[in-house]
Design a protein around this ligand. Structure first.
Ligand code: NPQ
Ligand code: MG
Length: 370
């Protein structure tokens, strides 16, 4: 148990090395909230995976800032003691807003683990010291540009290539990549851009021996996903649809997918992410660690999570250089064999470099004990 003395919010901005286009929009820069929690024993860091616009989910930076500042952080600053097991109860008066909650919860957990001298991977019971890396490739203007990026990432060693798709830029593109690389682990992610009326597209994708089709349909539609899964051979994977362990239970019982993408930020933090992992593992369903273009803070958390037993598929845990010329932390580097080391230091094992934090901070607000 510890006392939360201060919560500091920072909005930070980092340019991306190349624009990232998905079915819901194009990003040229990463902008996110970084939370620093100070307890009587240690400091801890958390990253909010929301973006500028509410495109991936309902949450977005300005909203998350207010939710954390006015509703979540005060609950922790008011409490006499804050233990990891108290967090659900202390923050339970706020409905939803998992990304905002995750940033704060992850920071508190980080501080707790640093005080205890335990790494996040150890605390999670993770037994691997390296994880296999995949990479997610945005929608490109041309097939040639896509093939060039695929070549580049394969040469770097990435073990799984994921292609973003949207209606009209799908089966043909995927077919071209598959023809150029008959044996690679390949998957697609639609970010909820299709309906069940697009069955022909999914039947066409069935021919390309994909590892999975990620989030083809509306995020709230588990029933239609179950219907689609019965009509295609390729495994469906859910991302946006899974916001909690309860969602995972529902999806698996309905047969809405056969693989689950776990993003700690999407499910409300590292504690709930562990529960999602446990639900899937008990059901024998493979999981992998998604990515939200995190800075080194979120990336470190992802690596600890991805080291858990049930994470049997390469994740979107790419190297810092995939996204940033200069990360917030020391860069995460991928070895030529396509693996990355799991941090071994206490807590998440990394912290922002003070100079880099200062030069990327767009706004800052500090909340003291009440
Ligand atoms: C996904 N990520 O799996 C997400 C979606 C995504 C690596 O494919 C800014 C912040 C832009 C977060 C674009 C990957 C984003 C973002 C896409 C997340 O669905
Ligand atoms: Mg996805």
């Amino acid at each position: 148990m510890s006392v939360v003395r201060n919560v500091e919010l920072r909005l930070i901005g980092l340019p991306l090395v190349r624009p990232f286009r998905t079915s819901f929009g194009t990003s040229t820069a990463k902008e996110c909230i970084i939370v620093r929690v100070e307890t009587d024993e240690a400091e801890g860091w958390g990253e909010c995976v929301a973006d500028v616009e509410p495109g991936y989910s309902e949450e977005f930076n300005e909203g998350a800032w207010l939710v954390i500042r006015d509703h979540l952080a005060p609950a922790l600053l008011r409490a006499d003691h804050v233990a990891i097991d108290d967090l659900d109860r202390l923050l339970g008066h706020v409905r939803g807003n998992p990304m905002a909650k995750a940033a704060l919860i992850d920071a508190v957990v980080d501080a707790r683990l640093r005080a205890d001298g335990v790494s996040m991977a150890q605390w999670l019971g993770a037994d691997r010291d390296r994880v296999a890396c995949g990479v997610s490739i945005g929608i490109t203007d041309t097939t040639e540009a896509l093939l060039e990026q695929v070549e580049g990432y394969l040469a770097e060693g990435y073990r799984r290539i994921k292609l973003k798709i949207e209606p009209g830029i799908d089966a043909e593109r995927v077919g071209a990549v598959r023809a150029a690389h008959p044996d690679i682990a390949l998957s697609v992610d639609a970010n909820a851009a299709y309906t069940i009326e697009d069955l022909d597209v999914f039947r066409a994708l069935d021919a390309y021996d994909l590892l999975m089709i990620e989030q083809p349909l509306h995020h709230a539609d588990l029933v239609r996903h179950a219907q689609l899964q019965r009509l295609v051979r390729t495994d469906l994977c859910l991302d946006e649809s899974i916001r909690s362990a309860a969602d995972a239970v529902a999806a698996l019982e309905l047969g809405s997918c056969r693989i689950v993408n776990i993003k700690q930020g999407r499910v409300g933090g590292i504690v709930e992410a562990r529960r999602v992992h446990d639900v899937c593992r008990a059901a024998g369903v493979p999981v992998w660690c998604g990515g939200m273009l995190e800075t080194g803070i979120g990336r470190a958390q992802n690596l600890a999570l991805a080291a858990m037993q049930g994470f049997t598929l390469p994740g979107d845990t790419s190297a810092s250089a995939r996204y940033f010329l200069d990360d917030l932390t020391a860069p995460f580097v991928m070895a030529p064999d396509g693996t990355m080391a799991v941090p071994t230091g206490t807590g998440i094992g990394v912290a922002p470099r003070p100079d880099r934090l200062a030069e990327t901070t767009l706004r800052r607000e500090s909340l003291g004990k009440v």
